[in-house]
Design a protein around this ligand. Structure first.
Ligand code: SF4
Ligand code: SF4
Length: 93
């Protein structure tokens, strides 16, 4: 008997194929007014960009499509702000 795979609709929604990506939390030093680009410097995929903000330090943004979940940025973050997890709505794609 033939086994049924996931429905096309589920695949398109990304419900059944998910990869962990870098997620930046509130302890990012930029939120404390400190300029930091350590995560971007170590990322081999150039998946983290820094969005300029008036009056604030540039905000680190993960490009969910480019991030491979390698974890290099996790250990490089001086604020222990990065975890690997599901993409959040604020992540760039
Ligand atoms: S390395 Fe950590 S503290 Fe520095 S910008 Fe990236 S997430 Fe923020
Ligand atoms: S997990 Fe790897 S690919 Fe993703 S942002 Fe961090 S260093 Fe870059």
């Amino acid at each position: 008997m033939e086994t049924q795979g996931p429905s096309r609709r589920a695949l398109f929604r990304g419900q059944l194929i998910s990869k962990p990506i870098a997620v930046i939390g509130e302890t990012c030093l930029a939120e404390a007014g400190i300029v930091c680009r350590s995560c971007g410097d170590v990322c081999p995929e150039i998946a983290i960009r820094f969005r300029p903000r008036i009056g604030l330090s540039p905000q680190a943004i993960v490009n969910a499509a480019a991030c491979t979940g390698c974890g290099d940025c996790v250990g490089a973050c001086p604020g222990d702000a990065i975890t690997l997890g599901a993409a959040q709505s604020g992540a760039a794609s």
